[in-house]
Each structure stands twice: as structure tokens, then as C-alpha cells.
Design a protein around this ligand. Structure first.
Ligand code: ADP
Length: 780
């Protein structure tokens, strides 16, 4: 609308100015016409004759001739009112010499009123009066044209008069048609302008406006997104922390109860097993959720340009070790072979962003396992382009999974893209993993590429340039892994500190409970506070060995409380190490908190190992009593024994390494499970054989189902597979398969049990007989 108004106003202004100029041009044109008429009249007159005309000539033939010539002219030019001739009798004084007015003609010698135009004509230049004269006959404009004699002198002047009415009539008529012309042009141009505005300008302006609105909306949405993510970081991590923490407690209590339990109390043991199973589910769901939240946070950080690559020295073997540990377990869970092929000559001590390298490889390896239903996953690492203290780590992760269509390859690195959702709807994921990996690799100067055959498998290749800190090669990585495996144990408190006293501050009570419980076995005296101000109050007089302070609390946050405690004059905790406890996962948070005055930083969800490490680091040495766990105290000569132990299990069809992984590498725990497996076997064998003979396939299915999971737990894979096959057969009442395979399964079962029993010196031969032989089919 504004545009149209502007066009209208400017058109009117332009029209008015033009009209004003046109009007003066019209005036000029009318005057010119008057002059032309006067000039024509004077042109018809002989100058010599006119110049010699005297008063006494009035009425003679010469006079009459002149008169008639002018009369013809007067009668034929319609606009003319009067025609007369004038002479300058003396300088500046003009008189009539002839007047053609038929009614009241002036006489020869009568004065003619002086005007500038008349004087101009007297000087030989034709001119028209600027203003009309007025007499009793009306108002008139006079035009004067000089007549020259043969000597080129002004011999006289011919004047022609036009009525002012005619003049004004002409003026207004021509002005009107000009105005109409302008109006038409104005209307046309307005029309064009309106059309232009309607078809081009308006949509353009509207589009501009919409763009602007869109921009504002997008900016505020982006802000909202950042706020949301920042909040989510805290809001989601805190409850996950509680879930995982409490779950850890369930698992520990469960383990402890199992240890304390009398062997006969099978029912309670079973429910404890179930609790452990549920807790395991909660743990894995919590961890998955945490991984998703972390993905989203990482992605938002990358999008906001706040993700930094932090280079520091690290051990490559440690990364490989952890990846192996993690993926082997997951692969075995899905019956996939997982192999690792590492170039041992790659130096172990490198410098780069270890956290991000782990993140990228974990994602790619996890994907390989996630999107592979059968076959294998293979991790290969080679060192390439080694020069001047630099090396390119070239990883390959090859799977025999579902593969990726060629047309989908590009989509993989686009945010939130997940492929084949119709097949993968149950596979967890955000579709962000590969995008994050690619962006991180870009930031590290690395690259990622993919080769895949749809339906056959994929190979992801990742190249990461790193700096070499020390040339010593990584060496036998596999041996290192095995050794590490032996060392790793499930949670066992590694120290006790009964004389230490610490304060934990968190406004969420459940978080306090989690930490208190995590530290229960360390016997540390733990005080808790649910607000910053309570903490400040408590810290005034009680000296603590360490304070763990949550960051985000209402009223007084962790940093404020920290400053209050540190600033208390003669306060009991001015020198106490303060650990910041926060779910704030933003990069740089640690440095920020340390700059604020915290001694160190623990991110939530708190994992027991990091918490313990932190306590060992900051509690006074004299207060720490190290705990020697049986497994940690393993002496070298026991190694061979241990291997024997494993070998005899392998001979019995049990893969101890897998079984151990199920038991969080806790040997004692594994042994107890094996014992449990053997102990219940007598009755199970009886049940299996009984239902087999009775052809009660429903119950038979229930027993083989239970055998399937218990044998999987101990690492008896083939037995578990066969049991699974028979379970399906029982479900389908497929007697042929059952009859064909039952005996083989029972043989494998008995072998496994016998193998386990040989490892149990504390079980008497009689008991063994009782457990197993009693139930053996005849002839065995
Ligand atoms: P997600 O969290 O969904 O796994 P990613 O970014 O890691 O997200 O992967 C994006 C998509 O790429 C996956 O949803 C899957 O469709 C496909 N994909 C990734 N790795 C593989 C693989 N090894 N085999 C087949 N498809 C894969």
C-alpha cells in the first residue's frame, strides 16, 4: 500500500509541476499566434506607402487601398477584433494613422496608449502586450508588428487586437486538453504502477517481510533450541544419574546377597538373579539414553561452533583395549565373530583428542554390530604416512551386515538421517552418530569413507592424523588385552578411609543417596547437605577432608557456596579440596569450574571408578587404607593354573572368556555361576528326559528354553544354540528334529557339567554322583 501512495503522490507532484510549465508554454504559443497574425497583417502593407501617409491623405486612393488591404485581412481572420496602423510621431509618442474599426474608428493623429510592446515594435521588434487594456468595449490584448520602408526603417506599426475573452478561452481550452492528457497519462502510469506493485513489488516486499519474519523466528527458535539443549543436559542427566547410580547399588547388593547366601536357598537365589537381570536392563537402557543425550548435545555444540578438539598425549593401546572390551561383548551377544587386526609397529604414545577418537570408533563399531545380524565384524588398524613425528591412523571397520544402497551413501552423513527404517525401526539410534563423526574428523583433519554392498555388508574407513610422542611400538596388543582382561574386575572398593570425613552437597536427595551408597564400603564418614547455604553453614566449623559440591542448586549455586566457604575468615575448610559435581557436559566446563576455584571436576552420572580415583587423589594419604582383593593379588605362578582351568572348560564346550564377560570379568562370580549351572543340572536332566519320553513338547520347550539361557551365560555357545534350535522345534511340535538332536544336546549338557565339576575340588565325588550320574540316562 505504501508503495502505491508514494507513486500517487509523486505522480501528482510531477503532474502539477508539468502543468504549470505547460500553461506558460500555452501562453507563449497563443502570443506567438497573435504575433504571427500581426506579422501577416504588416506583411501585406507597403512600408513606403504607410510611412508617407499624412492626415490629408485620409480618404484618398492610396489611403483607401491600404485600408482595403487591411480590411480583407480583418475580415478573414476570425480571432481579430480590431486592426489599425500606428506611427511614432515623436520618440515614445504614438498616434493612429488608420483605424479599421467600423463603429467608432479613431481619427488620424489620435494618441495611442504607450506600452512596452508598442515601444518594442517601434524599435522594429514585433511584440504582444503582457496585460490587456480595457475600454468601454471590453478587454483586449494588442499585438504590434513593425512595417519597414525600402530604407529598412520602421515606417509604421500594424496593431491587431484580440479580445481577452478569446485569449483566456484559448488558454483554458488548451490547458484543459493538456490537463486531460496529463490525467490520462497519470491514470495510465498509476495503473501500470498498480499492476507492477501487485505483480512484482508486493510479492517481493511480502517475500522480504516473510524472510525477515522467518529470520527472526528462526533466530528465536535457535535460541530456544540452545536453551532447551542446555536445560536438557541437566534435566535428563540428573535423573539418569540417579537411575544408574541406584541401579549400581542394586547390582552390588545383589552380588553381595548372592555371596552371603546359603547354597540351598535356590528360590531366593533365583529372584536375586532376576533382580540382577532387571538391573542390567535398566543399566543398558540408562546408558543408551545417556548416549542419545550425549549425541544430541555434541551435535548442538558442533552446530553452534562450540566443539573444540583438545589435543593431549594418550596411549593408543588403551583405546584399542577399551574398544575391544566393549565390542567383543556386544558382538558375542548377537552371535557375531569380532576380530581385531592391529599393526603392532604403530607407536603407542600418541597425541590427539583421545575422547573424540574413541567416540568416532565406538559409533562406527557399534553401528557395525547394530546393523549386522550374522557373520562378523572386523576392526583393522594400520599406520600410514609416517613422517617427522606424525602418523595417520587408518582404521577399517568391516561387517557382514545389511549393507547400504549406493544412493543412500551420501545421506549417511546428513543429520537425523536413518536408513531402512522399515527394517531398523527397533534399532536404537538418533541418526546423528555418523554426522558427528564426520564433523569431528573434519575438525581433526581426518576423513571417513564407505564401501558397501547392499545386503552383503559395509566397510567404513577412517583416517586420523596424529602426532607421535614416543616411537616405542604398541607391541603385542592382544596379550596386553588379555592381561587387562584378567585385571579388570567388577566393582570392589579399592580402599577404605574410616577416619576420613567428607561433605556432599546436592539439592536432589536421590543423588546424595547414590553417592553415599557408592561410598558405603569405603567406610568414609559422609555428611550431606541439600543446599548451598546448609553446606556453607556446615563447613564453618567442621573440617572436611573433601567437599563434593553440586553446581546447579536453587538459591545458592555451587560456585557461590564455594566462594563463601573459601572466603570464611578462619573457616574450617579454607584449604579443603573442593570437587565440582555437575551434569553440565559443555566443553570447557571443567576449566571454567577450576578457574572459579574448584580443585577438580566430576561429571554426572558419577561412575564409581572415577569417584574413587578422585577420593584417592585428594584424601590425605595417611587416611587411606588400600584393600587387597583376591583377584588383584593373583600371583604369577597361578597363571598357568588359571589357564589349565580355562582349558578344561574349553574341552567341555565352554568358552570361559565369554562367560567371564557376562560376569563383568569377576572370576569368583563366574565360578559361582558355573557351580550353580552344575548344581541344578541333575534335576534338569531328569526333567528334559522325562518330558522327552512323554513327548510333552510344551514342557520340554520350557526346559530347553531355560537351558538355552543358562548355557549362554556360562559361555557354552554350541549347547545354547542347540537348545535354541530344540526350543523352536518344541514350539512347532517338530518331533523329527527333536528326536534327531535330543541325545546330542544331552551329551553336550553332561559334558559341560562334568567339565565344571572337575574344577570343583570342594565338591565330593559322592555329591558329583548325586548331582549328575543319578540322572544320567542308562548306559552313560
Ligand atoms: P544411528 O544412531 O541411527 O545409528 P548413525 O549416524 O550412526 O545413526 O547412522 C546413520 C544410519 O546409517 C543408520 O541409521 C543406519 O541406517 C546406517 N548405517 C550406519 N552404519 C551402518 C552399517 N554398518 N551397516 C548398515 N547401515 C548402517
Amino acid at each position: 500500500m505504501m508503495v502505491e501512495i508514494i507513486i500517487l503522490i509523486s505522480s501528482i507532484l510531477f503532474g502539477t509541476v508539468s502543468l504549470y510549465r505547460a500553461r506558460s508554454d500555452i501562453k507563449k504559443a497563443i502570443r506567438q499566434r497573435m504575433l504571427d497574425i500581426a506579422n501577416c497583417a504588416s506583411g501585406s502593407v507597403n512600408g513606403d506607402v504607410l510611412g508617407s501617409l499624412e492626415e490629408e491623405d485620409v480618404g484618398n486612393a492610396t489611403y483607401e487601398d491600404l485600408y482595403n488591404r487591411l480590411a480583407v485581412f480583418r475580415d478573414n481572420v476570425g480571432e481579430l477584433e480590431y486592426v489599425y496602423s500606428i506611427k511614432e510621431s515623436s520618440p515614445g509618442h504614438f498616434v493612429f494613422t488608420m483605424d479599421l474599426d467600423p463603429v467608432t474608428p479613431a481619427s488620424y493623429g489620435d494618441d495611442v496608449e504607450y506600452t512596452e510592446a508598442l515601444a518594442s515594435a517601434g524599435r522594429g521588434i514585433a511584440a504582444v502586450d503582457e496585460v490587456p487594456y480595457e475600454d468601454q468595449w471590453g478587454r483586449f490584448y494588442s499585438a504590434y508588428s513593425p512595417v519597414f520602408d525600402s530604407g529598412h526603417k520602421v515606417a509604421g506599426i500594424i496593431a491587431v487586437d484580440f479580445s481577452a475573452e478569446w485569449f483566456e478561452g484559448q488558454l483554458s481550452e488548451q490547458t484543459r486538453s493538456t490537463v486531460i492528457g496529463y490525467a490520462v497519462i497519470l491514470l495510465l502510469s498509476l495503473l501500470v504502477a498498480a499492476l507492477l506493485s501487485l505483480l512484482i513489488v508486493r510479492p517481493f516486499v511480502r517475500a522480504q517481510g516473510e524472510l525477515l519474519e522467518e529470520k527472526v523466528r528462526a533466530e528465536s527458535a535457535n535460541q530456544a533450541k540452545s536453551d532447551f539443549l542446555a536445560n536438557m543436559s541437566h534435566e535428563i542427566r540428573t535423573p539418569i544419574n540417579a537411575v544408574l547410580g541406584m541401579n549400581e547399588m542394586i547390582i552390588r547388593e545383589d552380588n553381595k546377597a548372592k555371596e552371603d547366601l546359603e547354597a540351598e536357598d535356590g528360590v531366593l537365589k533365583e529372584s536375586l538373579d532376576n533382580i540382577a537381570l532387571y538391573a542390567g536392563d535398566v543399566k543398558s537402557a540408562g546408558n543408551n539414553l545417556l548416549a542419545i543425550v550425549n549425541d544430541i548435545l555434541d551435535f548442538s555444540k558442533i552446530e553452534a561452533g562450540r566443539m573444540d578438539i583438545v589435543e593431549a598425549p594418550y596411549q593408543l593401546s588403551s583405546i584399542i583395549n577399551d574398544l575391544n572390551n566393549m565390542i567383543l561383548f556386544k558382538a558375542q551377544d548377537k552371535d557375531l565373530a569380532f576380530t581385531v587386526d592391529i599393526d603392532q609397529s604403530i607407536p603407542d604414545a600418541l597425541s590427539g583428542d583421545e575422547v573424540r577418537i574413541r567416540q568416532i570408533l565406538t559409533n562406527i563399531l557399534n553401528n557395525a554390530v547394530k546393523y549386522t545380524e550374522q557373520g562378523s565384524v572386523r576392526l583393522t588398524l594400520k599406520g600410514e604416512d609416517r613422517k617427522e613425528g606424525n602418523i595417520v591412523l587408518s582404521f577399517s571397520v568391516k561387517d557382514t551386515g545389511i549393507g547400504i544402497r549406493p544412493e543412500d551413501k551420501e545421506k549417511l552423513f546428513t543429520k537425523f538421517q536413518r536408513l531402512e527404517m522399515e527394517h531398523n525401526s527397533t534399532v536404537e539410534g538418533t541418526g546423528l552418530g555418523l554426522v558427528i563423526s564426520k564433523r569431528l574428523l573434519d575438525m581433526m583433519g581426518g576423513s571417513i569413507s564407505l564401501e558397501s554392498e547392499y545386503g552383503k555388508g559395509s566397510e567404513f574407513r577412517v583416517r586420523i592424523p596424529q602426532k607421535i610422542i614416543n616411537d616405542t611400538p604398541m607391541g603385542d596388543y592382544q596379550a596386553r588385552f588379555e592381561a587387562n582382561l584378567k585385571e579388570s574386575r567388577p566393582y570392589r572398593e579399592s580402599f577404605r578411609a574410616p577416619s576420613a570425613r567428607i561433605l556432599i552437597v546436592d539439592d536432589t536427595r536421590i543423588n546424595l543417596t547414590v553417592v553415599v551408597n557408592l561410598l558405603k564400603n569405603t567406610r568414609i564418614r559422609v555428611d550431606t547437605a541439600t543446599s548451598g547455604s546448609d553446606a556453607v553453614e556446615m563447613a564453618k566449623d567442621t573440617p572436611y577432608d573433601l567437599i563434593l559440591m553440586d553446581q546447579r542448586m536453587p538459591n545458592m549455586n555451587g560456585t557461590e557456596a564455594l566462594h563463601k566457604i573459601l572466603d570464611t575468615v578462619d573457616g574450617a575448610n579454607v584449604k579443603t579440596p573442593m570437587i565440582c559435581l555437575t551434569a553440565d557436559a559443555v566443553i570447557g566446563a571443567k576449566e571454567r569450574y577450576i578457574a572459579e576455584g574448584f580443585t577438580d571436576y566430576l561429571s554426572k552420572p558419577i561412575d564409581s571408578t572415577s569417584l574413587e580415583k578422585m577420593l584417592i587423589k585428594y584424601l590425605p594419604d595417611e587416611k587411606i587404607e588400600r584393600v587387597r582383593t583376591v583377584s588383584n593379588a593373583a600371583v604369577p605362578e597361578e597363571d598357568s593354573k588359571e589357564e589349565e582351568w580355562k582349558d578344561s572348560l574349553r574341552k567341555a564346550g565352554i568358552e570361559p572368556q565369554t562367560g567371564l564377560l557376562y560376569c563383568q570379568n569377576d572370576e569368583d562370580f563366574y565360578r559361582s555361576i558355573l557351580a550353580e549351572f552344575a548344581k541344578g543340572s541333575g534335576e534338569k536332566i531328569l526333567q528334559l528326559n522325562g518330558t522327552y519320553e512323554e513327548e510333552d513338547w510344551h514342557d520340554y520347550g520350557i526346559y530347553v528354553h531355560s537351558l538355552k539361557s543358562s548355557s549362554k551365560m556360562i559361555g557354552a555357545w554350541e549347547l545354547s544354540d542347540l537348545a535354541a534350535k530344540l526350543e523352536t522345534a518344541a514350539l512347532n511340535e517338530d518331533q523329527v528334529t527333536i528326536k534327531k538332536e535330543h541325545d546330542l544336546m544331552m551329551k553336550m549338557y553332561q559334558d559341560a557339567v562334568s567339565g565344571i565339576l572337575t574344577l570343583m575340588p570342594d565338591v565330593s565325588e559322592e555329591e558329583k554322583e548325586e548331582e549328575i550320574l543319578e540322572f544320567m540316562p542308562e548306559g552313560e
